[in-house]
Write a protein that binds this ligand. Structure first.
Ligand code: ZN
Length: 139
């Protein structure tokens, strides 16, 4: 069995952002040499997500609005979690909704996506260094 483990690094200058990471993951699949297998991509922080959806800016603006309605950042005193001295109670909830990881099949050496599927990193409490794990296993 072949395997490859790598870490992508992010330091998003804003509190929240969605970043398209499919090209980096595709590059790692090529590097792994795996033809048939699985590719796991997961956020290693509890205030960030990895998810699959459409690479369409209107949708990403809709996510931002929807997540702010579900778990508004302000007022920060609204969250019990923020009694610890943090201000990211909303970011933990947003991460839960958008998910921790994705697993994509590797077929004939390529990510086996549906027609509009793309991988995104979702940042909900940025302005610091964070990592995403990519693990590819197979033959
Ligand atoms: Zn926190």
């Amino acid at each position: 069995m072949k395997s490859l483990t790598e870490y992508l690094e992010f330091n998003v200058p804003k509190r929240r952002a969605f970043i398209h990471i499919t090209p980096q993951v595709e590059e790692l699949v090529r590097k792994s040499g795996v033809q048939e297998g699985l590719c796991l991509v997961n956020a290693m922080h509890i205030t960030a997500s990895v998810f699959i959806n459409d690479d369409e800016p209107g949708l990403h603006a809709d996510y931002e609005e929807w997540l702010e309605k579900l778990a508004p950042h302000e007022p920060v005193a609204h969250y019990r979690h923020n009694r610890t001295g943090e201000d990211n109670g909303d970011a933990h909830l947003k991460r839960q909704v958008m998910g921790r990881e994705v697993v994509v099949a590797v077929t004939k050496g390529r990510l086996d996506f549906g027609p509009w599927e793309r991988i995104f990193y979702g940042e909900f409490d940025g302005r610091r260094r964070k990592r995403v794990l990519v693990k590819i296993i197979g033959e």
